[in-house]
Design a binder for this molecule. Structure first.
Ligand SMILES: [Zn+2]
Length: 233
């Protein structure tokens, strides 16, 4: 496991690309700068996840100044700086416009534990940020999103996408991947007239422990990184 924030930002982008969470050049992962000043390392604007290397990662301050690296910052950087301001336990946040979670976000329906993936987002129910479907372009909107996220692993953003968080890139990226899959599975079940059966709270809690323990998350993350590692050989 890496502790270098630039390398972690590159790996987060590569893993999100491998999982198919691209939206052309939009969406981003951010890694907390460990110096305590509230900045984040994140990909430069204008590039897709699979195009990111260490030269395309920027350090962005909480007021949007690019402190290190070359390139333009993403407009929606306040998503990350404001979540990290409110959540000292978070060292990585991921913002994605992936298709299934974007479609599911606009439903007024709880995400149910009908798959292994869904058990992460049902208890408490994943929140939805309904203040705006437009870009999170100001600190005020970022703070409002962070408030809606609360202590949760993820927040759906109707008419926009979602955000996921974790203590490291492994966790936040895997939550984004698993949220997209959980939403896709439930959309399929809804289209077929269901769902009718899902895990009760005790089974969902057991599965969170049994399946999505740190070892399980790490195994998924390593799998997602292998295509990029093979390409370097
Ligand atoms: Zn966005």
């Amino acid at each position: 496991m890496t502790t270098n924030p630039v390398e972690e930002a590159v790996q987060a982008s590569q893993a999100l690309a491998a999982a198919g969470l691209n939206d052309l050049v939009w969406g981003h992962a951010a890694i907390r700068e460990p110096d305590g000043r509230g900045g984040v390392w994140m990909k430069a604007a204008g590039w897709g996840f699979e195009e990111i290397d260490a030269d395309r990662v920027l350090l962005v301050s909480p007021d949007g100044e690019v402190l290190s690296g070359a390139g333009k910052r993403h407009i929606e950087y306040p998503i990350h700086t404001e979540i990290m301001r409110r959540r000292p336990d978070v060292s990585c946040s991921v913002h994605t416009h992936a298709p299934a979670l974007s479609a599911f976000a606009c439903l007024d329906t709880p995400l149910l534990p009908i798959s292994h993936d869904g058990v992460l987002f049902c208890d408490p129910p994943i929140p939805r940020f309904t203040q705006t479907g437009a870009l999170i372009a100001t600190a005020e909107l970022g703070a409002a999103l962070a408030e809606t996220l609360g202590d949760a692993r993820a927040c759906l953003m109707p008419n926009h996408g979602a955000v996921t968080v974790g203590p490291d890139a492994t966790t936040a990226v895997m939550y984004a991947v698993l949220l997209e899959r959980a939403c896709r599975t439930q959309l399929m079940a809804l289209a077929a007239g269901g769902p009718k059966i899902w895990s009760d709270p005790a089974e969902a809690a057991l599965k969170r422990e049994q399946i999505w323990n740190p070892g399980g998350l790490q195994a998924g993350w390593r799998y997602l990184l292998r295509p990029a590692e093979r390409a370097l050989r």
